[in-house]
Design a protein. Sequence first.
Length: 134
Amino acid sequence: GETNQGKPPALVPEGSVGTWVLDKDNTIYTLTISEDGTVTRKTDYKDPKRKDETMTAKVVKFEDRGNHNYQLFFEQEVSGSIMIIGGGVGGSGVKYTQGVHLDGNSLTPVIWQTGSQSDFDFNKPASGFSMKKQ
């Protein structure tokens, strides 16, 4: 039978692999997470004048921050914007890091934000919009 000997720990947290969907503001966002850490976001606009978008990024590490929250580390830091779904984020003198909150059949993108000279408080993520598992 199958043996788990010598198998490295999974890169991606249990329950996060799959396709997650948010339907908001006449737009359908589809987020697909693969076992190798590849994340693909498809944005389908119901307005035919707007061009649909697809974006892909590679997560190299999911850091467990407790309470079903995972901080994402991307191969390229700029890729983090892939997780900003259905709303923007920003501000000057601010740094932020992306993550996900996993809860059974829902996945919620979260961000932790702090002053550029401060450390993140991982107990206080700001939640985005909850996505449902397909």
